[in-house]
Design a protein around this ligand. Sequence first.
Ligand SMILES: Cc1ncc(COP(=O)(O)O)c(C=O)c1O
Length: 452
Amino acid sequence: MTSFSDSARLKKLFDEEVNLFVRQNPESKKLHDKAAGPMMNGVPMSWMAKWPGPYPVYVKSAKGAHFSDVDGNDYVDFCLGDTGAMVGHSPDASIAAIKNQLEKGITLMLPTEDAAIAAQSLADRFGVEKWQFTLTATDANRHIIRYARHITGRKKILIHDYCYHGTVDETFANLDEQGNTVSRVNNIGAPVDPKETTWVVPFNDLAAAEKAFASGEIAAALIEPAMTNIGIVLPEPGYLEGLRTLATKYGVILIHDETHTLSEGVGGMTRRRNLKPDAVVLGKTIGAGIPAGAFGMTKELSARISGSLNLEHIDVGGVGGTLAGNALSMAAVRATLTEVLTEEAFARMEDLCTVWTKDVQEIIDEYQIPWQVSQLGCRAEYSFRATAPRTGKEAADADDFELQQYLHLHALNRGILMTPFHNMALISPATTLEDVKRHTEHFRDAAKALFT
Ligand SMILES: Cc1ncc(COP(=O)(O)O)c(C=O)c1O
């Protein structure tokens, strides 16, 4: 149920937007009706049903920060594949390298030169020396936590309440009212009770982390340095440094999942804030959308792991993937890192994101709305609460699905795509000031409709 005070007005506004959407998207409707036969919920993956209209819009083509749909509507894409396309759609340098590699072999189970160049670029950016490649960030997380359990002999992973790290079994857990680790709502087909594998702590709570570490049960802490999947929750001064000190004290492997927080710059928050994790995880955009994930380790951690592996059985130990590190992914990662995700690109993206954030905040202030907006480099997000959340729970408590659906549909009908999961906007190297101002205009109109 919505917490918006005038729920009748919200419903009326939403219904008007649904009608407008249906009028504007007849061809998408035809394609969706056709898709309903062979696919569950009419979509290739279940979460694609979560878009705010009665059906998703069907894409005709995408380039840079824009895409067009089969009805001829043009959109500024602030969702950018929920980070998969943070580099912009089909950036020229990545496409040239991908096309070139397509002609020369896609997957061989043998390394190509690109892998070493990509790995060196990541080592230089994040300060951890030894890298491995996967197809997704999920796999990178799975693999590094397997290694962590393997070398520490401990069975649990510490995570933050309301985190998201991909479809990693250990991470579908929450804190209940009493502070116990319990299964997350809608944890589909959990293999075991997460109590056995996981210890959940609130973000920004060093005392809770120390209690968990002191149990001697924790192999690794898998964290985003800022939470980005329940809105943005920023670390308080000293929190990340404190976790580092505690992890060292208790022999816990500290993993920074920078899949989303890469938005802070070429080396993510790790580089920008001079942090010293034992391992770093990446994915999504590093191959411009060609499937690629990566995990990097300090040379000490890498030596511990490789010293514990048995060559004869290395392919059946639960770390791998036939297509991992394939030639096409490696060509895409090399080109994307070295030619697209540059210092200059990040500086521009962040400047534009600051404009987006300032505009949204000004409208919030003008209409005296009890919301706030947070920025993390080229990523920004508004939440339905007056002050920035300190924990995932505070952010989750401010969620309002109906209100969000209205705002997203209002945006979509005016040529703006927001991520379907929350109120996040990403700026790509191809996004322009005009694109940002299109969002500002929609946000002002929606605020006016809701609050005057
Ligand atoms: C922080 C973080 N890590 C990992 C993942 C998993 O990425 P993928 O679904 O591409 O494996 C996600 C996905 O949203 C994420 O937000």
